[in-house]
Design a protein around this ligand. Structure first.
Ligand code: DGJ
Length: 730
């Protein structure tokens, strides 16, 4: 017997598996954070610690089961169970709720075994939990990225009961905190008002942030949040949890402060209208939840997530990005082959890499001349573009730029041939009046035939035009009229299977066109999550391109996304601001233009040309370097941000005066991320033709130490002015 168990232990050790005894723990660590999960006497798994990395082994061994004991020393019947099931002795929000085939709604999960292996950039830990009364298993996954200080976690639920079980909650994970107070920073908005940041203290009870929009899922709230642990969230100091869920559909974040003052954070797919019938043998994989804990505020936390995204998650995270001229704001649906050829020449003249053709190029029986018809019919409108896409690709070649194209393949206008042929491919109630959002309906992506059709939209364009260099993939409607003709009496799966269907399509696109850059767009920024961004190189932050609004929108998105992933275009929104101001704001992200060059003066056009050149030259800082948000538009009348390249030999500082007060006291801006011992030459760039630098320090040389401690006087008291400063190590 003894021999048998030692052989078993040896085999498990060799295979990387270990079955831990009570009191033993699983340690999930990055260079800066420890998550320690302990097996308790009852053989269940509890979070023992989550916070800054611990240094001493003996103290880790002796960690208590937090949550078992209340503030006055009384024993509680529960701990911080890592993946708490409904119907057990924990009276707060569970991670998983299962109604078994016999109607019993309780789940008790016991530790079975765990293993870990090295993966790119980190360590993947896998923990198996099992119910002792029902054949239900949950596998918890954690990938700890050491250097970036990011942990990615998800769960898999399965069973071998005789009949399906019903899942009514299925969290990605559950995290607990024990702090004097918790402050949530949430992001909310709508079309053109994306990611407005507000903060509040979390008190006893639950705060839920969720979406029920289905496809255009993040229209009212994006899938990320920040929690100040002990103090309100702040940019440069304090402990903060920053988390984001990779799910391009309904999600739900639950923050619950319990009777002991502990906080539990539960990121999950929103179970709204989604009682999921899980078949025996089927594995329900939750979305990935990605988080970091920073001890020096959101600035460091954002850089952790940016670095993780570029290294391991974002499509072509280390690749370059194409600057572009888009035609949407300029022409809307009103264009033809000649006018587009003219715009391609303008793109070349501007110095950008690509011309991007937007909405309005397709459909014949019901041509797409406005947003009321044509969606779904992806043949070029012959009367409008007689030479088809090949002629456009040729015209772009002739002009000397690349060609990209807009699609919205998951949607259909009822006025379309697709709808006439396949009304059963559409999410639509059979017995109620139909409700339309932007005159369109959502295709039923749970249906494999629809998936093939949607994939075929890309495939057909690429087969005919292998030189198409870019796709903008739009999604302008939430799911309305919630009924899937395909799923029939299994409607509880609709919201989930719909998103899985989208991923099936995107996976095929990526497999077959691995080097094709794509922009994720959803009527502005209503799709922005890291699962979708495995398939997209970038996303459109907002249709609101007023540079003042954009300063706030980009500030919000930059909390979780690197500049490389965030598309920002110079347009005619807010003509009261200068072209320089508009271009400088867009230059802090992935720069593009969506404006008629004919509307620009000769000086403005020349300014834009120079700005494009500078932006391209400074891409090692802006797109591939580290970002430091310096002055918040939420806390001042200005904004400043600087970027530093990998060798700390080049940096660029952007400073914006938004609406300064009369005779306001102007503070110097202290840079970050420079080498204190290097000397940097200061040069004001992006000047209007013939303009002279107004920066007093222009041409001077300062140490990184000075620049980070004393700073530069870059702000002014003139509304909507901007300065771009290049710093070059000597
Ligand atoms: C919404 C997008 O956000 C816009 O940029 C544009 O592509 C329109 N859709 C086209 O319909």
């Amino acid at each position: 017997m003894k021999l048998k168990s030692s052989i078993l232990a040896l085999c498990m050790a060799i295979s990387g598996f270990s079955a831990l005894a009570a009191g033993q723990y699983v340690r999930i660590s990055t260079d800066a954070t420890d998550l320690i999960l302990k097996v308790a006497d009852d053989n269940r798994l509890y979070q023992s610690y989550l916070g800054p990395r611990l240094l001493h082994q003996d103290e880790i061994d002796a960690l208590p089961q937090l949550g078992f004991t209340t503030y006055d020393g009384r024993k509680q019947p529960r701990g911080w169970e890592v993946y708490s099931g409904s119907g057990n002795e924990d009276y707060f929000e569970p991670a998983v709720a299962i109604t078994h085939a016999d109607g019993n709604a309780s789940t008790y999960l016991y530790y079975v075994d765990s293993s870990s292996e090295s993966v790119e950039g980190g360590t993947h830990t896998r923990i198996v939990l099992r119910d002792d009364k029902y054949p239900v298993e949950v596998v918890l996954h954690y990938v700890a990225y050491q250097r970036e200080n990011v942990i990615k976690t998800w769960s898999e639920i399965s069973h071998s009961e005789k009949k399906p079980v019903t899942l009514s909650a299925y969290a990605s994970t559950m995290l607990y905190f024990n702090c004097p107070a918790y402050y949530l920073t949430e992001f909310s908005g709508d079309w053109a008002t994306e990611v407005r940041m507000t903060s509040q203290q979390l008190q006893f009870g639950k705060k839920v942030i969720d979406t029920k929009l289905g496809s255009r899922a993040s229209m009212h709230t994006p899938p990320f949040f920040e929690v100040g642990l002990g103090q309100p969230v702040s940019e440069h100091q304090g402990e903060v949890l920053m988390g984001t869920i990779g799910w391009t559909g309904n999600f739900r974040f639950t923050f619950e402060v319990d009777n002991g003052g502990y906080l539990r954070v539960i990121p999950a797919i929103n179970p709204y209208a989604s009682q999921y019938k899980l078949k025996p043998g089927e594995v329900f994989a939750t979305p990935e939840f990605v988080f970091t804990i920073s001890n020096c505020g959101t600035g460091q936390g954002s850089r952790n997530i940016h670095n993780w995204a570029m290294n391991y998650s974002l499509k072509d995270g280390h690749g370059s990005r194409l600057s572009l001229l888009n035609n949407w704001e300029n022409t809307h649906f009103d264009f033809n082959q000649e006018s587009l050829a003219g715009l391609m020449k303008e793109a070349k003249d501007l110095g950008v890499d690509m011309f991007l053709l937007d909405d309005g190029w397709f459909a014949n029986k019901y041509p797409r001349k406005d947003d009321r018809a044509g969606l779904g019919d992806w043949d070029v409108t012959h009367s409008k573009l007689p030479g088809g896409i090949p002629a456009l690709v040729d015209a772009a070649k002739e002009a000397g730029v690349m060609f990209g194209i807009w699609i919205e393949p998951e949607m259909v206008n009822p006025k379309s041939e697709l709808f006439e042929k396949h009304p059963d491919w559409v999410i639509m109630l059979p017995n109620r009046e139909t409700y339309y959002f932007r005159n369109q309906l959502v295709l039923d992506m749970s249906n494999p035939k629809v998936q093939d059709y949607v994939y075929g939209v890309v495939e057909r364009i690429m087969a005919e035009n292998p030189d198409v260099a870019f796709f903008k993939w739009d999604c302008n409607s939430p799911i309305t009229n919630i009924y899937s003709p395909y799923l029939k009496d299994n409607q509880g799966q609709l919201y989930i299977d719909h998103v899985r269907g989208i991923y099936n399509v995107l996976r095929r696109v990526k497999e077959n066109y691995p080097n094709l850059p794509m922009m994720l767009c959803s009527g502005g920024g209503a799709r922005c999550d890291y699962e979708a961004l495995k398939y997209f190189t970038e996303f459109w932050c907002s249709d609101n391109t007023d540079p003042v609004e954009r300063i706030f929108i980009q500030w919000g998105f930059s909390q979780f996304f690197p500049a490389k992933a965030m598309c920002a275009h110079v347009t005619s929104w807010n003509r009261n601001t200068s072209v320089k101001f508009r271009t400088d704001v867009a230059s802090t992200c992935k720069l593009g233009f969506d404006i008629s060059l004919a509307d620009l003066s000769a000086d403005e056009l020349e300014y834009c040309r120079q700005a494009v050149k500078n932006w391209k030259r400074l891409n090692p800082c802006i797109l591939d370097g580290q970002q430091y948000r310096l002055v918040s538009p939420y806390e001042s009348n200005h904004m400043a941000v600087n970027y530093v390249d990998a060798t700390q030999s080049k940096a660029v500082l952007f400073a914006f005066d938004i609406h300064p007060r009369y005779a306001e006291r102007l503070l110097p801006v202290r840079l970050q991320g420079l080498d204190p011992n290097k000397l940097y030459r200061i040069e004001e760039i992006n000047l209007m033709p013939g303009g002279k630098p107004t920066l007093k320090s222009n041409g001077k040389v300062y140490s990184g130490d000075y620049l980070m401690k004393v700073g530069l006087d870059v702000f002014t008291t003139s509304a909507t002015t901007s300065r771009v400063v290049e710093l070059t190590a000597q």
